[in-house]
Design a protein around this ligand. Structure first.
Ligand code: NAP
Length: 245
């Protein structure tokens, strides 16, 4: 696939892994729409950086907690770029909440940005009625039963299954794949020691980087034969059994 004529919407694209994805796809020549919620300044800074690379880049704000916000984001991205060829569902929240700690507001606080929004964005993307590609950012813990972050993990497990269902449903027009990172960056506000302390055993003993994730997204998109795949980029950690450690 040639990225040069492709228009990409990356949710949560202003910072961290989303930023690395935007940079990697822009280096391939793609037009990028950087979605942000709170990170206005990083989004505009990244937009300038991508334009410096010689590609078109746009920013679009949305708080992805309602169906309307998701639809409006897709409409805005289509208006800015003349259409969207690739959707990267990267925006997410991560909270550690056990069964006892998570009330229904906590559940909805994880399920909306991590599951309902990607689902609605996929539907709005597909409603353009043309060929395209979707990559959903998952988590290596989807193969585990980590009881420390129950609503988060359920949101990512549900998105994993919907990724495969959507791959069947939208074929042959649209491919849908997942990239499941291991411990890449600590939650905002935590240092890298957080990863050492909580990441658990990593068989390859590597520190996965945002660039490793972005490169995997690029690989999945470049390969026209893939759909319904989940690519674990985690040094083999998803192979561990049990509670995710
Ligand atoms: N970091 C890791 O080690 C790791 C591990 C496993 C899986 N992952 C997955 O990989 C992806 C990227 O990880 P990350 O750590 O870079 O993500 P992140 O920093 O936790 O979140 C990415 C962006 O999501 C946006 N977001 C959050 N709530 C939103 C809302 N209500 N509406 C709209 N946007 C919202 C935020 O945008 P603004 O900043 O603009 O508000 C945030 O910067 C995520 O899907 C994550 O679950 C990451």
């Amino acid at each position: 696939m040639d990225f040069k004529d492709k228009r990409v919407l990356v949710t949560g694209g202003a910072v961290r892994i989303g930023k690395a994805i935007c940079e990697t796809l822009a280096r391939q020549g793609a037009t990028i729409c950087i979605h942000y919620n709170r990170s206005y300044e990083p989004a505009v800074k990244l937009q300038d950086e991508l334009i410096e690379l010689g590609v078109d880049a746009h920013v679009a704000e949305a708080n992805l907690m309602t169906e309307t916000a998701c639809n409006e984001l897709m409409e805005r991205a289509i208006a800015l770029m003349g259409g969207v060829d690739i959707l990267i569902n990267n925006a997410s929240v991560f909270n550690k909440q056990t069964m006892d700690e998570a009330d229904m507001d906590c559940w909805l606080g994880e399920l909306w940005p991590n599951f309902f929004a990607p689902v609605q964005l996929m539907r709005a993307f597909a409603a353009q009625g043309k060929p395209g590609k979707i990559v959903n950012l998952l988590d290596r813990r989807v193969t585990s039963l980590d009881t420390a972050c129950v609503p988060y993990l359920v949101s990512k497990k549900a998105l994993t299954d919907v990724t495969k269902m959507a791959a069947i449903h939208y074929a042959p027009r649209i491919s849908v794949n997942g990239v499941a990172p291991g411990a890449v960056l600590p939650p905002p506000g935590e240092g890298m020691n957080y990863i050492k302390d909580y990441a658990g055993h990593i068989p390859l003993e590597v520190q996965v980087s945002p660039e490793d994730i972005a490169e995997s997204v690029r690989f999945v998109l470049a390969n026209d034969s893939l759909t319904g795949q989940i690519i674990y980029v985690d040094g083999g950690q998803h192979l561990s059994m049990g509670n995710g450690s």
